[in-house]
Write a protein that binds this ligand. Sequence first.
Ligand code: APR
Length: 242
Amino acid sequence: MKKIMILSGAGLSAESGISTFRDHDGLWEKYDVMKVCSTEGWIEDRKLVTKFYDARRADLEFKEPNHAHTILVQLEKDYRGRVIHLTQNVDNLMERAGSKDIVHLHGTLTDLRCEACTEIFDVGYIAQNDAISCPHCGNRRVRHNVVMFGESAPEYSQLHQAMRECTLFIAIGTSGTVIDITRIAKEFKDSLLIDPKRQKISSVFNPDSYIDESFTHFIQKRASEAMDEMMKIIKAHMDGRF
Ligand code: APR
């Protein structure tokens, strides 16, 4: 059965006004990633890390899903059960666009997690405060529900599952720095990359090659502008025309 695996990244939400990480105006240009998004940084200064995620959570309240989110939700409905969309994004814009099946590989910004019983619970857009305790075990040691560098990401098992089940791989708005999309693309006969920028592969072995060279299709446009062309490629694939 033809099935679609989608892996999205920060570029999907860029047109909603949410910074990406590694673009010139990206988050990791403004913050020291190892201070605010790593196990070392968390041990060193919980308050600094908590403040970083509080600010991103508060900012999210005023962001809206963009055209790409809307089209991807429609795709989920049109091909119910044949689309596996895994996102590296921790924002809730796919859910706010109506998604029921989106899988968050790196956690969710609007939830907190209990450090005692691992319960995950929704806190909306508020800043973490000492009054908050785990609704399941009452413990006060709760933290942001975002996977930091140095931590395991349990949902990655779904990546491998999707690679086994799906016939078309689509990467949208990810630099492939954390999840190597070229390696995934090489596992597929049909693959599509959507990114307004051509990214060089950061490897010593083939320094002059580009990420898009590992894909059978490349749409060098912003996500919202690429949706019509993407839908044509998907339809051709699902109709078995390639
Ligand atoms: N539409 C599509 N792609 C875009 C757009 C857009 N409007 N704007 C930027 N992009 C592309 C950039 O060219 C870049 O290739 O999105 C990509 C964003 O890359 P990163 O900033 O590296 O984000 P991402 O790949 O999602 O990061 C992966 O790294 O820091 C960690 O946990 C964090 O989930 C994140 C992971």
